[in-house]
Design a protein around this ligand. Structure first.
Ligand code: SAM
Ligand code: SF4
Length: 337
């Protein structure tokens, strides 16, 4: 090709020249846990009619892949409580052009579902795990049973999932003393492990998010006293910054929205269970794709046009500030984490 003829821009490109090739699809706002940083105890779930049907979710997945999306992550709420989820996953994973279908779960249903997920074409799993102590695990999740999650992790290993990643949110005064235990557990089991700084999504009454903030830098210091951490050269391009230890194959990641702004390389958008296309986790810019799906059923062109047009609304970055009242009123369970 002559040098003056540059390649056409990928279809989903925003005003800041960021190319969107990754979508997180939330399949439900419901959950069998009530993690205290994620939702209120008295959370009201959405009426069923407001939630996208499985067919609508598949139509959306098709539209995104036709527009160049290469990775879809299924999330929620807890995705494994969505009935007939495997029907959707089998069809999404078979879409020509999709490189990878992945899923984030709390692990509570994995013991019975891990094999089905692998057969349906899910390639990688993230499993949330904030504590290895049963009583504390119950406190943080309000209702969760650690034994079930552990059984789920074993089932996922037996189903052949490689590179399972644990996600842990560390809160000062709750579980910061478990950082090393979590690292050692991950090393022993061969899981990657990502530490996520708590984000001010939704108003919580159980704790003061600013007071319980435990930064990635503090966690790194804690780990460095036991294991040397070296940055991974070939980062994945996502928000996590990964490190390795000399005597282990696993990676330790840090997702640090407060201390490290990852927005410049942002390649992703989210769709809530109601079909709202969120252009940024930490801003309210969104487009109602459910309206397009329901007002113009079968009109793939209109749907794709709405998605392309939405790119112009993707903001430069989030605006998290723990010192202020939360500016984002939706909880993570509504956002699709
Ligand atoms: N239910 C699934 C799970 O827990 O893995 C998937 C959805 S959940 C919303 C996805 C991730 O978001 C979990 O790892 C959870 O710890 C994280 N999360 C929820 N609320 C958060 C918050 N306010 N700040 C940071 N991470 C949060
Ligand atoms: Fe449910 Fe996941 Fe939120 Fe916990 S973090 S309440 S498991 S959606």
């Amino acid at each position: 090709m002559p040098p003056e003829q540059s390649l056409p821009l990928p279809i989903l490109t925003d005003r800041f020249n960021r190319h969107v090739d990754y979508v997180r699809l939330s399949v439900t706002d419901r959950c069998d846990f009530r993690c205290l940083y994620c939702m209120g105890e008295d959370v009201q779930f959405l009426p069923r009619a407001e939630i996208l049907t499985l067919e609508e979710l598949l139509t959306l997945g098709r539209a995104f892949v036709a527009l160049g999306v290469r990775r879809i992550r299924i999330t929620g709420g807890e995705p494994l409580v969505r009935r007939d989820l495997l029907w959707l996953l089998e069809r999404l994973s078979a879409l020509p052009g999709l490189d990878e279908l992945t899923l984030t779960t709390n692990g509570s249903q994995l013991a019975s579902m891990a094999g089905g997920l692998a057969d349906a074409g899910v390639r990688r799993l993230n499993v949330s795990l904030d504590s290895l102590q049963a009583a504390r695990f119950r406190d943080i999740t309000r209702v969760g049973d650690l034994g079930r999650v552990m059984a789920g992790l074993r089932a996922a290993q037996a189903a052949g999932f490689a590179r399972i990643r644990l996600n842990a949110v560390i809160l000062k005064g709750r579980n910061e003393d478990e950082v090393i235990d979590l690292v050692n557990f991950a090393r022993h089991e061969g899981f990657d492990l990502a530490f996520i700084e708590e984000m001010p999504l939704g108003q919580v009454h159980t704790h003061d998010r600013a007071a319980s903030f435990y930064s990635s830098a503090q966690i790194r210091d804690d780990i460095s006293r036991h294991h040397a951490l070296t940055p991974v050269i070939d980062q994945t391009g996502g928000p996590a910054r990964y490190f390795r230890m000399p005597d282990s194959a696993i990676r330790i990641g840090f997702i640090s929205p407060h201390s490290h702004n990852f927005c410049e390389q942002c390649n992703r958008v989210r769709v809530t269970a109601q079909g709202r296309l969120l252009l940024c986790l930490g801003q309210e810019h969104s487009v109602d794709l459910r309206a397009v799906l329901r007002e113009r059923p079968g009109d793939g062109e209109a749907l794709r046009a709405a998605i392309v047009a939405a790119m112009a609304r993707k903001p430069r970055g989030h605006d998290f500030d723990l010192a202020r009242r939360p500016q984002i009123l939706r909880f993570m369970s509504h956002t699709g984490g």
